[in-house]
Design a protein around this ligand. Structure first.
Ligand code: J2J
Length: 536
């Protein structure tokens, strides 16, 4: 679903689309300041300069081309926060092959789907991470997906697969992609049975990077700590690692986001900004009170991915001594930031305003009519870095986009008189578990596969730490053996689903509440779910 010609022309004419590609961008930075550090990987104390990263990307690209990976091929990339993540994605950007950004938490069901649906030619994993062996996952997926010609393993023994470190070759001349071409496929949080893929172009994504850099104060002296999973759209682009690299700044990879691991890194590397989801921001503000580490280099803490409560937001500046910047974004495009010089009241009580003067925002009722100014309604958006459709999903696109190309975000918002957005709720059938998005339908389908289950509904319920956790309401088949909640959870986990999608609570019921027209009322289920009940 390309941008209509008149819009593409306008976005170019107004200077949003600069006609750059990621591959050329890295080449320019490497030429301008070859010896500056681009990436720090504390795991083995690696410090890659811009020239070093550029050369690695060139050599890996050559090796991948020699193995038959070419322009337009899809490559599922599932790497933790290690330096190779950047080597791999820039190699793919140079070739014009499309990374498909999987998360380290994904398991067989998700990875098999990404590989099958995209017809992936290759899959890149780390040998091991967080006590999990990705080679075993790769072996299962490889056996099931015939298009998958290669599995590459970063760090550690490759087992039956190819070691990523053996792939690099002498650099070759590549024609590479055009700025308007697709750069990668990002994952949607989604509200449907299977995740949707988000096609982003070099032009549009690079605009979101430099647009973010301007609003977040990122320049070549910045040091960005990548504490969330590197492939997620927030730490990747808002302004994220790629924003930092665009600015010629430094990215410090944090293997996991706990204060115990992150705080020493902030002190040692003089980190100036980072991004966190609300539950982690809470943990950090608490830990900061007693930490022996010097966090004074930190200028900006971005918090987003889920609603940050005003009460928690107020604690950030006193606790961490830095400016809070709320960010309300989505992998489909639109990103809103509070501005660094907004009044503190605006910073703590809103989710910011769009990056671009050409981000079009509509707040509408259930019939797509604009609500009165300041009213609450569905957020629709269109703009220079918001997609016009998901990848290969025409039926879904007809529902997720208006006829004139606005994306239906599924978020319920209100606009303040200053043009800031306040997120008031959600219309999509999704649970936001501390920033991790779970499509209710996807989990329901897995529970329904259990032979004793007649019907299932998954909803979110309030959680003091995560904001929301999941509760599965389950009706058993007549005459079926009674099940324990833990058996349902185990069943879902064993179907090879990411752990964050396994229901936090399972409740057996005889019937579901109904709406007037006889459909299941998730609203009533949620209200029931909110009632205090013992956790199982
Ligand atoms: C409430 N809900 C929020 C916020 C996202 C920057 C930041 C976040 C994401 C992201 C991102 C929220 N308050 N501050 O891609 O570049 C919910 C909304 C939104 C959905 C998108 C980025 N920030 N959300 O979270 O694609 O419901 O992107 O539509 O994972 O997260 O989720 P995702």
């Amino acid at each position: 679903m390309p941008y209509p010609a008149e819009f593409a022309e306008r976005y170019r004419a107004r200077g949003y689309w600069r006609g750059e590609t990621f591959g050329a961008m890295l080449r320019e930075r490497a030429a301008a300041h070859p010896d500056r550090i681009a990436v720090v990987d504390p795991a083995d104390d690696r410090r890659w300069t811009y020239a070093g990263l550029d050369l690695r990307a060139d050599r890996l690209a050559a090796g991948l081309v020699a193995r038959g990976i070419g322009k337009g091929d899809r490559v599922v990339v599932q790497l933790p926060n290690i330096a190779e993540f950047f080597e791999v994605i820039f190699a793919l950007f140079r070739i014009g092959a499309l990374p498909v950004f999987a998360l380290p938490a994904h398991r067989e069901t998700e990875i098999r789907y990404f590989c099958e649906f995209t017809g992936a030619a290759a899959y890149v994993v780390a040998a091991e991470h967080g006590g999990y062996d990705y080679r075993e996952l790769a072996a299962k997926v490889r056996a099931e997906v015939p298009t998958l010609r290669h599995v590459f393993v970063a760090g550690g023994e490759a087992g039956p697969f190819e070691a990523l470190s053996d792939v690099p070759d002498e650099p070759v001349e590549l024609t590479g992609p055009e700025p308007g071409d697709l750069a990668f496929l990002q994952l949607s949080g989604g509200s449907t049975g299977v995740p949707k893929l988000i096609p982003r172009t070099h032009d549009d994504y690079i605009y979101s990077l430099w647009g973010s850099n301007e609003l977040c104060g990122v320049d070549q002296d910045s040091v960005f700590l990548c504490a969330l999973p590197a492939a997620h759209n927030f730490p990747l682009s808002s302004p994220g690692s790629l924003g930092a690299l665009y600015a010629g700044a430094r990215v410090v990879l944090c293997p996991q986001p706990s204060p115990e691991v992150a705080f020493p890194l902030i002190e040692r590397e003089r980190v100036t900004l980072t991004g966190l989801v609300p539950p982690l921001a809470l943990v950090w503000t608490e830990a900061a009170a007693t930490t022996p580490y010097d966090l004074s280099s930190l200028d900006v803490l971005l918090v987003g991915g889920a609603k940050f409560s005003e009460e928690a937001a107020r604690r950030v500046r006193p606790a961490l001594g830095c400016t809070l910047q709320q960010v309300f974004g989505m992998a489909e495009g639109l990103v809103n930031y509070t501005r660094l010089d907004d009044p503190e009241e605006t910073i703590v009580s809103t989710q910011g305003r769009p990056i671009s003067p050409d981000d079009e925002i509509r707040v509408v009722d259930d019939h797509d009519e604009d609500v009165a100014p300041g009213g609450t309604g569905h957020l629709l958006t269109r703009g220079p870095y918001t997609i016009r459709g998901y990848w290969r999903a025409p039926e879904h696109n007809a529902r997720s986009f208006t006829a004139d190309g606005f994306y239906r975000t599924g978020d319920i918002v209100r606009l303040t008189p200053t043009g800031h957005l306040v997120v008031e709720g959600r219309a999509k059938d999704q649970i936001n578990r501390g920033g991790e998005k779970i499509a209710a339908e996807e989990v329901e389908n897995h529970i329904l596969a259990h032979p004793s289950v007649h019907d299932a509904n998954v909803v979110g319920e309030p959680d003091p730490y995560l904001g929301e956790r999941t509760c599965a309401y389950v009706i058993l088949r007549a005459g079926a053996e009674p099940l324990k909640p833990v058996a349902v959870k185990r069943f879902v986990r064993e179907r090879g689903l990411a752990a964050y999608k396994v229901p936090d609570r399972v409740e057996f019921v005889d019937a579901f509440p109904q709406t007037g027209v006889g459909k299941v009322s998730k609203k009533d289920l949620r209200a029931g779910a909110a009632a205090p009940e013992p956790r199982t």
